[in-house]
Write a protein that binds this ligand. Sequence first.
Ligand SMILES: NC(=O)c1ccc[n+]([C@@H]2O[C@H](COP(=O)([O-])OP(=O)(O)OC[C@H]3O[C@@H](n4cnc5c(N)ncnc54)[C@H](OP(=O)(O)O)[C@@H]3O)[C@@H](O)[C@H]2O)c1
Length: 315
Amino acid sequence: MEHRPLDDHTSISRVGFGSWPLGGGPWGPIDDAQAKGAIFAALDANIDWFDTAPIYGHGVADERLRRVLGTRISEVVIATKVGVRFDAATDHAESDLSPDHVRADCEASLERLGVERIDLLQVHWPCERGTPIAETLGALSRLRDEGKIGAYGLCNYDAAGFAEALAADPSIVSLQSPLSLIRREAEDGLLGVTRKAGRAFLAYETLGRGLLTGKYGAPPELPETDLRAHDPRFRGSLFLSIAALARNLAAIGEKIGANAAAVATGWALSRPGVTHAIVGARSAAQIRQIALAPRLAAEPKLWAAVDRALAGSRP
Ligand SMILES: NC(=O)c1ccc[n+]([C@@H]2O[C@H](COP(=O)([O-])OP(=O)(O)OC[C@H]3O[C@@H](n4cnc5c(N)ncnc54)[C@H](OP(=O)(O)O)[C@@H]3O)[C@@H](O)[C@H]2O)c1
């Protein structure tokens, strides 16, 4: 498993373990035994960092990581997030990046994860309550000075927002953003900004929430509580065109001993400026397949051929 720098001090595997499904809820039920299978398969594949967030199962993903990893939590890099306030009564989530909330949210994560320091603390999404980004970055910088976090980054900022934040505080190390064959908006400027600044770009949703793995022959029947039941890509003509793309990925993978999931994540990792990919996984088998992605990403001839093969089948 290839590693790439997160910052000047730390290198992490190009594939990171996405812990959202560990929280259950909108991804469907999961128990500790199943989570353990996926987490330990990741460690066996040399995947050495875990992306989580307070909102993933409202603490359940963090608690599960702590329970399942046990003392091994100190061997891995924990990347979590900060800022989202959730109101269970109204089912409303909102980003509050006021310094007080950033500190309280970070301290609650330290407690839940049972660690003394969070390696990477990421702003989950831009503030919806008007706090200037410089104030939020000031709070993060103080947490770093106190040793409560190792480094900080942002998620879900656009090119202008990330550039503005970086101008206010050049010590931001990373940006997390969606990128896949069916979600390419980061290629319109954002990737250029992070690449030029030499910051880590952590791509998420590289599998299109599972659609790009090619496992769905027809739109899946999902309970109302599943987030994919409300995702238009899982229905109608959009679903059909993505399914056709996934079949092409599977055919390409078959020729090189990989499956569509590995090819889809390899594609994201092969894009200029993408340093890492975070993949949500619910089983050991899923992780083992995806662990091939960095090796595929390192073959430029493959991606030129893939781009030609997929040119007509992008939704
Ligand atoms: N910063 C943010 O705002 C943000 C937003 C979204 C995600 N993220 C992070 O990025 C991670 C990844 O994103 P994501 O989980 O939304 O989407 P994803 O990685 O595109 O899809 C994950 C889902 O695909 C299915 N899957 C995974 N490997 C597979 C395989 N080999 N074969 C078949 N199916 C497979 C699994 O679901 P099933 O088994 O149920 O099919 C899994 O839960 C998250 O876990 C989270 O850590 C961050």
